[in-house]
Each structure stands twice: as C-alpha cells, then as structure tokens.
Design a protein around this ligand. Structure first.
Ligand SMILES: N[C@@H](CCC(=O)N[C@@H](CS)C(=O)NCC(=O)O)C(=O)O
Length: 219
C-alpha cells in the first residue's frame, strides 16, 4: 500500500515527509500552494480546516503532524524511531514529539506576520517581538536538554528529533540559532541526514512559503 501525503513545501507536512523517508516508505505526495488552494471542497473532505499535513493510508485519513508521527512509528517502525508502550523513554518521547508544536506555533505566528500579512502596515511590531522572544525561550529549553547528548533522548535519534528538527528548520528563519550552540550543532546534525534533504523542496520549486534566507527582526 502506497501512502499519500498532502503537503506544502516547508510546512508542517515536511515533518511527515521527512519521517516517511526515514522509514523508507513509498509515498505519493500531492503538493499544494500555501493558502487558498487548500480550501477546495475536495481537499476539505480530507482535512476539515484545509491544512497540511494530511496522510491517507488505505481507508485511513489522518491529520495533525504529531498524530501522524505516532501512527507511522507504531505501524511501520521496527523500533529505532519509535519508543513504544512499555519503553522506559516512551513518556519523554511523547513529550518531545508534541513539544515540536510548542516551538512551531511561534514560528507560525511570525510567518503570518512576515509573509501572510502582505501589507507591512498591518503587521504588529509588538506581536513580532513577543513571538520572537517566546520562540527563543522555547529553543532555550532544547539548549538545556542537549547539554550532554546529541539528540533529545539519551538513547539517540528518534521521531521526536524529526518533529523538533522541523520546528528548528523554520524557527531559524525568525531567530539566529547560532546564539544556542548546542541547538545549532543539533540542527546541523539533523539537516545533514539524507531523509531531511529528501523532504526539502527542489531549488527551483515554485510556491515556496519562505523565499528569504531569514526574516529576523532588525530592531
Ligand atoms: N497542529 C497542526 C497544524 C497544521 C497547520 O496549521 N498547518 C499549516 C501549515 S504549517 C497549514 O496548513 N496552514 C494553512 C492555512 O492555515 O491556511 C499540525 O501539527 O499538523
């Protein structure tokens, strides 16, 4: 059975795509432009809000990147990316799989400010400063977690790093992660993985959300 993933370049569906590549599963990817293209009746019949990711596996349709990560691991992983029921690291694994969203909500808010609100006069400097600071605080937590290890869990790389790795992939567009040396080295490690590279858009891809190397605040 070939999986089907509804995707937008460098949106949260990148998490699912990266994980699918880590698991070496076959996938058919349907890539949308970000925005109104996601609001067709056809796509809304898959995802009620018209967002990505959305995964179809046979009769099953599933949205929410954290749920998709859990489902893919428990269905298709032999154990290396998953920490299943009864594993001593399972609670911690679940925590980091979902902490990925705690980081990304700030990057998403900053994406809305810097990109989705196209008229600069309608953007809020207060929201931008606040969300940048909240993003940095969320990254500080990772910096502490990575003091004595290369990955979030003591036992090594897992699907939790895929979720959080995506959050850093986008988060670094809104703050300089070099200010967090452990996190910067961690992102370097993750982004050199083959499966990560396979989940990126081609250099000449159209409909990318992010077209600048960064959107850091200058004041
Ligand atoms: N918590 C959800 C968030 C899904 C979500 O908001 N995805 C964004 C892309 S990063 C989206 O599809 N936005 C389209 C829109 O709001 O129009 C998840 O992790 O899957």
């Amino acid at each position: 059975m070939v999986l089907k993933l509804f995707h937008c370049h460098e949106a949260r569906s990148m998490r699912s795509l990266w994980l699918i590549h880590e698991l070496k599963l076959d996938v058919e990817v349907e890539t949308f432009s970000f925005g109104r293209a996601l609001r067709t009746d056809d796509y809304l019949s898959h995802h009620p809000l018209g967002r990505v990711p959305c995964l179809v596996d046979g009769e099953l349709t599933l949205f929410e990147s954290g749920a998709i990560a859990e489902y893919l691991c428990e269905t298709y992983d032999s154990g290396s990316l998953w920490r299943g029921l009864g594993h001593k690291e399972r609670p911690e694994w679940l925590q980091w799989v979902h902490y990925a969203e705690t980081i990304t909500v700030h990057a998403a808010s900053l994406t809305q400010q810097a990109i989705a609100i196209s008229d600069p006069l309608l953007r809020s400097a207060t929201v931008q400063k606040l969300e940048t600071r909240r993003l940095e605080k969320a990254i500080e937590v990772l910096e502490r977690q990575l003091q004595d290890r290369d990955y979030l869990l003591a036992s090594g790389f897992s699907a939790a790093d895929v979720g959080v790795g995506y959050s850093l992939h986008v988060g670094r567009l809104f703050t300089d992660i070099e200010a967090f040396p452990k996190v910067a080295a961690y992102y370097q490690r993750l982004s050199s993985r083959e499966a990560f590279k396979q989940s990126l858009p081609a250099a000449d891809a159209k409909n990318k959300i992010y077209t600048q190397s960064n959107y850091w605040l200058t004041s």
